[in-house]
Design a protein. Structure first.
Length: 120
């Protein structure tokens, strides 16, 4: 059985290329070889090469492993952190009640004493 090809939009391809380039530059800044990062991430050198080229067929777990090896795993917390569009869609579907809910009255025995003096 052959591999299936992944077709993605050009804007997403550009973002993956940018991510791969950033990972490659981070690796080079740390003076790590491709073999070292691949071994630490538990992937092969060709997979690391594919990540650094921004290929969409590589699993997200492999990208995350490379981020971890480079000490950049905290960057994953920022992914989809502020979902503006999702919040707007959620707010658009909220229903607004026509009346305010009734106040629940407590029995007189449980009510706190009135501290103000009664008006004449």
């Amino acid at each position: 059985m052959g591999r299936s090809t992944v077709t993605i939009l050009p804007s997403l391809q550009r973002r993956l290329l940018c991510l791969g380039e950033n990972l490659r530059l981070a690796r080079l800044r740390r003076r790590l070889t491709a073999a070292q990062v691949a071994e630490r991430a538990g992937i092969t050198r060709p997979t690391l090469r594919a990540i650094e080229r921004g290929e969409p067929s590589v699993s997200f777990g492999a990208y995350a492993s490379v981020l971890f090896c480079l000490g950049l795993e905290s960057d994953l917390e920022g992914v989809a952190k502020d979902d503006e569009l999702g919040r707007k869609l959620q707010d658009a579907q909220l229903t607004v009640k026509k009346r305010a809910p009734r106040k629940k009255t407590m029995p007189k025995a449980q009510q706190p004493p009135n501290e103000e003096a009664p008006l004449p």
